[in-house]
Design a protein around this ligand. Structure first.
Ligand SMILES: Nc1ncnc2c1ncn2[C@@H]1O[C@H](COP(=O)(O)OP(=O)(O)OP(=O)(O)O)[C@@H](O)[C@H]1O
Ligand SMILES: [Zn+2]
Ligand SMILES: [Zn+2]
Length: 791
C-alpha cells in the first residue's frame, strides 16, 4: 500500500509536524497532492491535507485514510511549498497555513455525531446508534439530557465522531431554450401559458427558469417533460459590490512614471524574478503604473494579484481595474459573504479572470500562472495577520514570487523603514516618484502648538488657524477633511471627587463612551454598560468625560459650523457592507462639506475639491509604548496631508499637536523622509530593534494569574537553555515581563521577547524542538515571529 504524508488540522496541536497514513487501495486512484482527507487521529476523525505520497514509511502500524474530500485538489504544488515555508517561518501548524489559503466557505465545517461504543448494552440504543447520529437525533428518540450524554461518553456507551460538511454551496440557475426540432404543434391547443412561453423562447432564444412567474414555471416544467424545451443548469457567480466613480483617462505617463514602468517591464519581459519598491509621494500616480503593468502581464497570458491594506479600499481599486479590464477582475477579501467568496475563488481557480484585487488573504489567490504581485501601501500594519498563522503578507508574497519566478512590487508614499533599509541593501530595486502626477506642489503643513493655544486662552479643539481655514474653504464651496485617530465620544470617564476611572472588568482597559455619552464600551471585548450618572465608589455625581474621539469631534464641528453638512467615517459608522461606498460617493458628489474620520480617510481618497485638511491631534500614537510609534506617526501625518490640494486648487494642512518638537512631527511636516529615516534608523540600531535584529514574541496566557508568571519564567528559561546549548550568537532574551496589556478577556498575559540577528538558526531549533513544549494545562503560549508591535 502507498503511504500519504498528511498535515492534520488539529487545533490543539501547534506542532509543525506531518503524520503518515496508509492509502487503502480503493482510494489510491483518486488521491493526489493537496487533497483534503479524513483521517483517524487519536480517538477522533480529523481533516488533513495530503502533502506527499510515498511507497514506504519507517513508521509501523499505520492507520488508513478514511475518506478523500477532493478529487481535484484545492491546493497546488507551489502552494504546498509555500505552506511548508510558512509553517517553518512562523513556527506554526502546517494545516493552519493551508486553511489560511482557502476561503472560509470551502473550509469544511465540522459537525459532531455519535455512535454506540463498546460498553453499550442497551440493544435498542445500540441498534439506533449503529449509524452516526447527531445529538438532536439521539435526544429526539431517547429523550436524553446533555448530562446523560456526557455520562454515556465517559462510560464509553457512546463515542463521539467529527463529521464534515461543506458549508457554502455554489449557486446555479437553469437556462431554458427550445429544442432544435421543437414545433408549436407539439403543444396542446388550449394550453395558453405553454404557447406563451414557446413564443418567448422563440424570440429571446433563452430565459432563466428562476426568473419566471409561477404559472410560466409550471408551463416550463410540462414543456421540458414533453421534450419541447431543454433545461440546462449553469453556475452563476455572485458579484460583490463595487463603487461607481468615473475613471479619468490618462494618455501619457509622466517622466518618472515612465521610468518606473519601463524598469519593471524589463523584468517582466525577461521573465526575471525581481522585487521592486515603488516609492511615490501621495498623488504621484502609482495606480496608473499598476494598471499598465497588469495590462502587460495579461498580454503575456499571466495573472496578477493586487493587494490593498483594508477591505474598505477594495471597491476603489476594483473600480479602477474593472474600468480597464472589465470581467477579467475578481475580488477577494474577508468582507464578502461566504457564497461570494467561494464564487470569486472558483473563478480564479478555473482561470476565468486575470486580475484579483483584494485584502491580505488574496495573496493566496489560486492562479496557475501568476506573474506579478502588487502590494499597495506596503507599510500598513494590516498586512500582518494577528491570528494564527501570524504571517506577514509582504514576506509571503516575496516567497511566492520567488517560487514562481515572478515580480513583486511594493508601493507606498511612506515605505516601512525596513523596506527602505532593504532597498539600500539591494534586496529591493528602488523606484522613486518624487512629484505629483499633475505636477501640483505638495500641500504646505502648518504645525500648531496646542499648549501655546491654551496659554493664549483658546480651550477649543480647533486652533484659531484651523478655524480660519475651515471657514475659508466653506466660503469657497470647497471641502474639508478632519482626521482624528480615535473613535468614540470620550475615552476616559473619571470621578472628579475620588478619581475612580471606569474600566472593563475583564480587560485592563478604560471604557470608551459612545453615542454622545449614552453608553460605555470596551474596545477590546465589547463589554458594554449604560452611561453612569454617579460614581460607583463615592456616589458623587461629578463625572468627567475626558479625551476626545471622532463622535465628540463631530458634535463640536456641528456646533461650530451649524450650516455645514458633516459626515463621519470610522468603524462605528461603517457597520453595513456598503456604508463606505455611500459616504465616499456622497463626498465625491459634493454633498458633504466636512468629512471627519479615523485612519480610514487617510488613504485612497483622491478628491480635487479638498483644500483644508486638519489633523486634530497628531501625537495620539506617540504615547503608545512601542518602538514603531514614531514611524507610524510619521506615516500617518504624511498620508493624511496627502489628501489635500490634489488638483488645481491649492491645499493646506493644519497639524495640531502637543509635541511640536518631536522628530516625527518635525520631519513629516517638512516632508523630510530621509532625515526622519536616518534619525530613526540610528535609534533602532542603538536599541537593537528591526531592521537590525529579528524579534520573536512569546505571549504566555492563562486565566490564573500565578500560573502565567511561573510559566513565563519556564519559557524564558527554556529559551536561555537553547541559546547556550546551541551556542546561538547575537541573541538576547528579554523578560519575562508583564505584557503592556496585562489583562484581556479575563486572561492574564506575560511576555518574553527574543531579539536575534540569527533568525534562521532559531527557527530551525524551535521548529525541531516543537517549542513551546511541556507547558502546563490551561496555559497558552502564542508565538509571533517578527511581530509589528510589542504591545
Ligand atoms: N500621467 C498622469 N497624468 C495626469 N494625471 C495623472 C497621471 N497619472 C495619474 N494621474 C492622476 O493623478 C492622481 C493621483 O494618482 P493616484 O491616485 O494613482 O496616485 P497615488 O500615487 O496612488 O496616490 P496616493 O498614494 O495618494 O493614493 C489621480 O487623479 C490620477 O488620475
Ligand atoms: Zn468617586
Ligand atoms: Zn474588555
Amino acid at each position: 500500500m502507498k503511504i500519504a504524508e498528511v498535515a492534520v488540522d488539529c487545533p490543539t496541536k501547534q506542532l509543525n509536524k506531518v503524520y503518515h497514513y496508509l492509502v487503502p487501495p480503493h482510494l489510491s486512484k483518486i488521491l493526489s497532492y493537496g487533497a483534503r482527507v479524513i483521517v483517524p487521529f487519536g480517538r477522533q476523525r480529523m481533516l488533513g491535507y495530503v502533502i506527499d505520497i510515498k511507497g514506504q514509511s519507517e513508521v509501523e502500524n499505520l492507520k488508513q485514510i478514511i475518506d478523500v474530500l477532493d478529487a481535484d485538489p484545492l491546493i497546488g504544488d507551489d502552494m504546498i511549498k509555500l505552506g511548508k515555508w510558512m509553517a517553518h517561518r512562523y513556527i506554526t501548524n502546517l494545516a493552519v497555513c493551508f486553511n489560511a489559503m482557502l476561503p472560509a466557505g470551502l473550509k469544511t465545517n465540522t459537525i459532531e455525531k455519535y455512535v454506540a461504543g463498546n460498553s453499550c448494552t442497551n440493544e435498542e440504543l445500540k441498534a439506533f446508534m449503529s449509524k452516526p447520529r447527531t445529538l438532536g437525533e439521539l435526544a429526539k428518540k431517547f429523550n436524553v439530557s446533555s448530562d446523560d450524554v456526557a455520562c454515556y461518553i465517559k462510560e464509553k456507551v457512546l463515542v463521539k465522531h467529527k463529521f464534515f460538511q461543506q458549508k457554502s454551496s455554489k449557486k446555479y440557475i437553469d437556462i431554458l431554450s427550445l429544442n432544435a426540432r421543437s414545433s408549436k404543434n407539439q403543444i396542446t391547443k388550449g394550453a395558453f401559458r405553454q404557447h406563451q412561453l414557446f413564443e418567448v423562447l422563440q424570440n429571446q432564444g433563452e430565459v432563466v427558469y428562476q426568473k419566471l412567474p409561477t404559472e410560466l414555471k409550471r408551463a416550463a416544467n410540462t414543456l421540458v417533460e414533453k421534450g419541447v424545451v431543454q433545461r440546462n443548469k449553469t453556475q452563476v457567480f455572485r458579484e460583490p459590490d463595487s463603487i461607481n466613480i468615473k475613471e479619468k483617462v490618462i494618455s501619457d505617463l509622466t517622466a518618472h512614471q515612465k521610468k518606473a514602468y519601463e524598469m519593471i517591464s524589463e523584468s517582466l519581459n525577461k521573465h526575471k524574478q525581481d522585487n521592486f519598491l515603488l516609492w511615490g509621494v501621495t498623488g504621484s500616480g502609482k495606480t496608473e503604473i499598476y494598471l499598465r503593468l497588469a495590462q502587460k502581464i495579461i498580454t503575456q497570458n499571466k495573472q496578477v494579484i493586487v493587494l490593498v491594506p483594508e477591505i474598505s479600499l477594495t471597491p476603489l481599486m476594483v473600480n479602477r481595474f474593472k474600468s480597464r479590464f472589465k470581467d477579467d477582475v475578481a475580488v477577494l477579501h474577508s468582507g464578502l459573504s461566504q457564497g461570494e467568496k467561494l464564487d470569486q475563488w472558483q473563478k480564479i481557480n478555473e482561470g476565468k479572470v486575470k486580475v484579483v484585487v483584494g485584502a491580505r488573504s488574496a495573496v493566496f489567490a489560486p492562479f496557475k500562472n501568476l506573474g506579478l504581485i502588487i502590494i499597495d501601501e506596503e507599510h500598513e500594519n494590516t498586512y500582518k495577520q494577528e491570528e494564527n498563522p501570524k504571517y506577514n503578507t509582504v514576506e509571503v508574497a516575496k516567497k511566492r514570487v520567488k517560487l514562481l519566478g515572478g515580480v513583486l512590487i511594493l508601493g507606498s508614499a511612506t515605505p516601512a523603514l525596513e523596506s527602505i533599509y532593504k532597498a539600500q541593501k539591494g534586496e529591493y530595486k528602488l523606484l522613486k516618484l518624487p512629484k505629483r502626477a499633475n505636477s501640483r506642489p505638495m500641500p504646505k503643513i502648518d504645525v500648531i502648538d496646542m499648549k501655546q493655544e491654551l496659554t493664549e486662552g483658546n480651550r477649543s479643539v480647533f486652533s484659531r488657524k484651523l478655524l480660519n481655514h475651515i471657514n475659508n474653504s466653506l466660503d469657497n464651496n470647497e471641502q474639508v477633511v478632519l482626521f482624528l485617530n480615535r473613535r468614540g465620544f470620550s475615552t476616559t470617564t473619571l470621578c472628579r471627587k475620588c478619581g475612580f476611572t471606569f474600566k472593563c472588568p475583564s480587560c485592563d482597559l478604560t471604557l470608551t463612551s459612545h453615542d454622545s455619552g449614552n453608553y460605555m464600551v470596551c474596545h477590546y471585548c465589547h463589554y458594554q454598560i449604560a452611561n453612569p450618572s454617579k460614581c460607583p465608589s463615592c456616589k458623587s455625581i461629578h463625572l468627567a468625560f475626558n479625551g476626545i474621539g471622532t463622535e465628540k469631534l463631530q458634535k463640536k464641528v456641528q456646533e461650530t459650523f451649524p450650516h455645514s453638512r458633516v459626515l463621519r467615517m470610522d468603524v462605528d459608522t461603517m457597520s453595513s457592507k456598503d456604508s463606505y461606498n455611500k459616504v465616499y460617493q456622497q463626498f465625491a458628489n459634493g454633498q458633504v462639506d466636512i468629512l471627519i474620520g479615523t485612519q480610514m480617510i487617510a488613504k485612497g481618497f483622491d478628491f480635487p475639491n479638498v483644500t483644508t485638511v486638519g489633523i486634530v491631534i497628531a501625537d495620539m500614537g506617540l504615547n503608545i509604548p512601542d518602538f514603531r510609534s514614531a514611524e507610524k506617526t510619521f506615516q500617518l501625518v504624511t498620508q493624511v496631508a496627502g489628501r489635500a490640494g490634489r488638483d488645481e486648487k491649492e491645499g493646506k494642512v493644519i497639524l495640531q499637536t502637543y509635541s511640536p518638537e518631536h522628530y516625527s512631527i518635525e520631519h513629516s511636516s517638512s516632508y523630510e523622509y530621509m532625515d526622519f529615516y536616518t534619525k530613526e534608523l540610528k535609534i533602532r540600531e542603538a536599541l537593537n530593534y528591526p531592521p537590525f535584529a529579528h524579534m520573536i514574541k512569546f505571549d504566555i496566557i492563562a486565566s490564573q494569574e500565578e500560573k502565567v508568571r511561573s510559566e513565563a519564567e519556564k519559557v524564558s528559561f527554556a529559551l536561555k537553555e537553547i541559546l547556550q546549548n546551541h551556542k546561538i550568537k547575537k541573541s538576547e532574551i528579554l523578560g519575562p515581563v508583564m505584557s503592556p496589556r496585562y489583562k484581556l478577556r479575563n486572561n492574564y498575559r506575560w511576555q518574553v521577547i527574543l531579539k536575534t540577528k540569527d533568525l534562521k538558526q532559531w527557527l530551525d531549533v524551535l521548529n525541531k524542538a516543537n517549542f513551546p513544549y511541556k507547558f502546563s494545562k490551561g496555559v497558552r503560549v502564542s508565538i509571533d515571529v517578527d511581530p509589528l508591535t510589542t504591545t
